[in-house]
Design a protein around this ligand. Structure first.
Ligand code: SF4
Length: 234
């Protein structure tokens, strides 16, 4: 089933373009910065921070107010500056420079657990670092991946995002993990959108337990009878 879904999404959208590849620590900090802001603002904040503090040890040891100022273009700088410094301190607890290369040497579940033990790092951030930076086959579940997976019945409707990471990681073949992540996001942005999924245009309609009822009710009287909020942003 999952291969059929991915094959059809690939036919519709084409092979997903290769994601940026950063060093693990860069990916971790960038993912923290991306929380609750746009990609553009996140990248501005990251560039501003790296220009002012070129080394991760510089970021760690900076006056927090100075780091906040550098991060201001990204929003939520007052929360993110101390969080990033706390993570960097944790990653240099041996007294050296902050390091994250050890994540590549651990089993995926152990690497996830170790990353999630860092301050403010949850399963989505941890799995982004492992998948994007180290090619470890774990599935990051963002709002689009979670919504599409729930509607398709790949995970239970009421399953929270935390357990959904493990469930989707187990479901998707390792070799297709990154492709699956990117295709599900594209599908969630273009067709299986949060409020009014365009099921009539969807290449997965015959595989989807949610789509036919959504279409039928929409035809019968509009979205007021639909549970269109099902699976939308959390
Ligand atoms: S049929 Fe509708 S609900 Fe199902 S995956 Fe497609 S767009 Fe989403």
């Amino acid at each position: 089933m999952i291969d059929r879904i991915l094959d059809r999404l690939r036919d519709r959208y084409g092979p997903p373009s290769v994601h940026r590849r950063l060093a693990p620590l860069d990916e971790l900090v960038l993912t923290i910065l991306s929380q609750n802001t746009s990609d553009t603002n996140c990248e501005r904040a990251y560039a501003s921070m790296r220009a002012r503090f070129p080394e991760w040890s510089d970021v760690r040891d900076a006056d927090t107010a100075d780091l906040e100022e550098a991060l201001r273009p990204g929003g939520l700088a007052r929360q993110k500056a101390p969080r990033i410094q706390a993570v960097l301190r944790e990653l240099s607890a041996d007294g050296g420079r902050p390091r994250l290369g050890w994540a590549a040497e651990l089993a995926p579940a152990d690497a996830m657990a170790r990353l999630e033990s860092l301050p403010g790092v949850g399963p989505k951030t941890a799995s982004c670092v492992l998948l994007f930076s180290l090619d470890v086959p774990v599935m990051p579940v963002d709002t689009h991946v979670g919504r599409v997976a729930r509607r398709l019945g790949l995970i239970p409707e009421r399953m929270a995002d935390g357990p959904a990471h493990a469930a989707l990681t187990a479901l998707v073949p390792d070799a297709r993990m990154l492709e699956a992540h990117l295709l599900l996001i594209t599908h969630g942005r273009r067709i299986c959108v949060a409020r009014r999924p365009r099921c009539g245009e969807c290449p997965l309609l015959d595989l989807c337990p949610y789509g036919p009822s959504a279409l039928g009710v929409a035809a019968a009287g509009g979205p007021s009878h639909l549970r269109l909020a099902r699976g939308q942003e959390g």
